[in-house]
Write a protein that binds this ligand. Sequence first.
Ligand code: NAP
Length: 335
Amino acid sequence: MTQYTAMVLSEGGKPLVAERREIPVPGPGQALVHLSHASLNHRDLWIRKGSYGNIAGLPCVLGSDGFGTVEAVGSNTDRHWIGSSVVLFPALDWGDDDAAPCPAWRILGVPDAGTFAEYLLIPVAQLFAAPKGLTPEEAAALPLAGVTAHRALFRRGGLKGGEKVLITGIGGGTAHFLLQFAVAAGAQVWVTSASPEKIAAAKKLGAKGGVLYTSESWAEELIAMAGSFDLCVDSAAGSGWSGICELLKPAGRLVFFGATRGAPQIPMRKIFFKQLDLRGTSMGSPRDFQAMLDFTQEKNLRPVIDAVFPLENVEAALQRIEQGSQTGKIVLRMP
Ligand SMILES: NC(=O)c1ccc[n+]([C@@H]2O[C@H](COP(=O)([O-])OP(=O)(O)OC[C@H]3O[C@@H](n4cnc5c(N)ncnc54)[C@H](OP(=O)(O)O)[C@@H]3O)[C@@H](O)[C@H]2O)c1
């Protein structure tokens, strides 16, 4: 085989199209990975819809998450990687500082070619051994959402065992890792969702309970059930912050990394009178990524897979995310 299939976005708002490309040869410091699976993130949908802000680099192969086998490397010193099963660290050029990435930092998959393809050329620095015991689908589901969730809870959220944590929008891919990691760390976890079935599924993963964020009085209902919270991790923003700041304890922490429902309405008085701490986070450093992989293996955690689609059905997979139908991660299987 000298050619491979890649799903390419030419312009925001247009569908991804399958392209046949020549299999490339890795240069110094690069690896050629034969991907078996990739997984989707909400970011792919934002880019596909043309609503990811000022993004350059189209046409491009989308996708930040992948699992596969290293087939070739460009430098002799990297030959030990050949034949290894790897997950790809999707933060390119994060830099040396765990506190924040350097200005050159980019997320894999636009402007750099991403994982919705059978082959990918990637810097060797992005290769990490996959946690043992995971299926290829589970390994592909882990990278972006896993590192975001781990850093949000531990490095940025300062989570301690026994604390009470709220995770909003539990159907989401990242929210599922937040739930699994927080439960494994000994926290008491509560969730919100638009769906009673998703709350019931979260309880099976160890959540204490949850409420529907579609109810006007969701925050009061949650306080009545659970009392107040030490930490909330949110990626919906929009009108939800008023309720979140209501249910946090004095000096509580709100960690956030997304705005699925648009810019937050900020309840300033509640924030300063209660001395709340608002902490932004995004993905994570190489150390965060390794810590997340180690934690997943130590605790025997398995990513929750919502559905697996063939690579060329990526549009149907994106539609499932757009409709908010998923519970966990959506995976693509290569031909
Ligand atoms: N900065 C970063 O590094 C980073 C990393 C990962 C994700 N993100 C961002 O975080 C968000 C989630 O990403 P994802 O890939 O996990 O998305 P996803 O799998 O598509 O999940 C989105 C979830 O949002 C929930 N939701 C929708 N409206 C809500 C509301 N009003 N209140 C609370 N929850 C609501 C839904 O939960 P239910 O189905 O339970 O109703 C839905 O399942 C996106 O905005 C994404 O861009 C940012």
